[in-house]
Design a binder for this molecule. Structure first.
Ligand code: ATP
Ligand code: MG
Length: 438
């Protein structure tokens, strides 16, 4: 992609409306633009990152055995009357009437809809367990939308829903999602710590919030410092019993404000971290909270009909993009982890119009494309300073700088955004090095 044609309206000045660094940098890098309070347009750069985050989530959900579906964003109010939540949900629910005066709503969450799919289509215990997920837009009419994507009104969520015949099986489904979450957040460069949480209006009696520690976080949280570098489970066999992994990850103290036990926390002494945190995901064991009122039952092995056991599991996909920036930036801009970066490599041509520079850049751009890498080629007729600043702001993990003096000797500069380390290398050497690292 040529930067001269790429739609990334960057800003030199800090936008005054942005209070947190992620919001500021997303506006400055031209990733998003506000449409109206709490509702955003995703421009090409933002869309690329959002899709990379969604891809990681999807891969880990699929690996854990969940199956992707897409449910409607506009829902019928009738289902919510059946579950009893139509009146309970309050002003966060955007209520709409269609032309026939029927009550509709823009979904803030999908327990009712997915339970309806289940009850109409699954009748036997033989079809269990089942876990269905979607990556889709939600609307919650938040009182105070703020901090950009962190607390939007419209936001992208991954929501999964598990259905099981009994408690033991439901716990296994919960554990599968719990472990998948540890892996998912780690792959996008986030250290998310599972914390005992209140289940709120979603319901149920077992819940964990996955929290990224950050000064700009909205929740006060407490945890043992060993969580900061606990190794993430690898090569997980999701069919096997995952109890020991979950126990290992829940045996140390960690709690959100609502569940905090000051006495117990004090026993940790210097090992206690008391910090602010961003909730990037939450898991809930629901039991029969939705299956009983909505009549989602199956015939068990003994021929008796039972209400199914459910769980639900959310990840704030768009909030993750903001959380990644909160966790990974410096004074010059965003520092994308390789796994979610909008481009793998940026090519900076320091002298557009110089035959040797142009040719070297074109060749690199083509070669990277052939190797399957996304490269952003800064072919604009701008000063070097502007180009360096923009590339650092956008935060692409690798930069290849091509200048007339170097190229006369067959040399370019390869820079790692995260460390600032630069090395002089041949274009072929740079390609080989990227091939080995990306
Ligand atoms: P919060 O406590 O932050 O309001 P929640 O607990 O109401 O969130 P859940 O119902 O658990 O949210 O939704 C699953 C995930 O969706 C959350 O963990 C969060 O990452 C994300 N999310 C929730 N509300 C918003 C929002 N207004 N803007 C962006 N992401 C959100
Ligand atoms: Mg939550």
């Amino acid at each position: 992609m040529r930067l001269s044609r790429f739609f990334a309206p960057t800003l030199k000045e800090n936008p005054t409306e942005a209070q947190v660094v992620s919001h500021r940098l997303m506006l400055r890098a031209g990733m998003i633009r506000q449409h109206t309070a709490g509702i955003y347009n995703w421009l090409p750069l933002g869309t690329r990152v959002l899709q990379n985050v969604a891809r990681i989530i999807r891969e880990e959900q699929d690996a854990a055995g969940a199956q992707e579906i897409i449910m409607p964003t506009i829902q019928s109010a009738d289902l919510w009357r059946e579950s009893g939540r139509y009146d309970d949900y309050g002003a966060e629910m955007l209520r709409i009437k269609d032309r026939h005066e029927r009550d509709m709503l823009y979904g803030p969450t999908h327990e009712e809809v997915v339970t309806d799919i289940f009850r109409n289509n699954v009748k036997s215990y033989r079809d269990l367990p089942t876990n269905l997920y979607q990556i889709n837009w939600k609307f919650r009419d938040e009182v105070r939308p703020r901090f950009g994507l962190m607390r939007g009104r419209e936001f992208l969520m991954k929501d999964a829903y598990s259905f099981d015949i009994d408690y033991a099986s439901a716990r296994h489904s919960y554990n599968q999602m719990f472990v998948a979450y540890l892996r998912t957040f780690a792959r996008m460069g986030l250290r998310a710590i599972p914390m005992v949480a209140e289940s709120g209006p979603i319901g149920g009696d077992l819940s964990h919030e996955f929290i990224v520690l950050a000064d700009t976080g909205e929740s006060a949280v407490y945890c043992h410092k060993a969580y900061l570098d606990k190794p993430i489970p690898e090569n997980v066999d999701y069919g096997a019993d995952l109890t020991s992994i979950v126990q290992d990850w829940t045996s140390l103290y960690s709690a959100t404000d609502e569940k905090h036990d000051a006495g117990k926390a004090a026993e940790l002494g210097a090992d206690l971290i008391s910090a602010r945190g961003i909730e990037v995901g939450q898991t809930f064991y629901l039991g029969k909270k939705y299956s009983t009122p909505l009549g989602a039952k199956v015939v068990g092995a003994d021929g008796n009909s039972v209400d199914v056991e459910m769980g639900c599991y959310g990840i704030g996909v768009s909030r993750c993009v903001a959380a990644i920036i909160e966790a990974s930036h410096d004074e010059n801009g965003i520092v994308w982890p390789d796994s979610v970066a909008p481009f793998h490599v940026g090519i900076i041509n320091l002298k557009v119009g110089d035959t040797a520079c142009d040719e070297a850049c074109e060749k690199l751009h083509r070669a990277l494309g052939l190797q399957g890498y996304d490269a952003l080629y800064d072919d604009r007729d701008e000063r070097a300073g502007v180009k360096f600043a923009d590339m650092d702001l956008i935060g692409i993990p690798w930069q290849i700088v091509v200048g007339p003096k170097g190229i006369a000797k067959g040399i370019v500069e390869l820079k790692r955004r995260a460390t600032g380390l630069k090395e002089e290398i041949t274009p072929e050497g740079a390609l080989a090095k990227l091939g080995a690292t990306i």
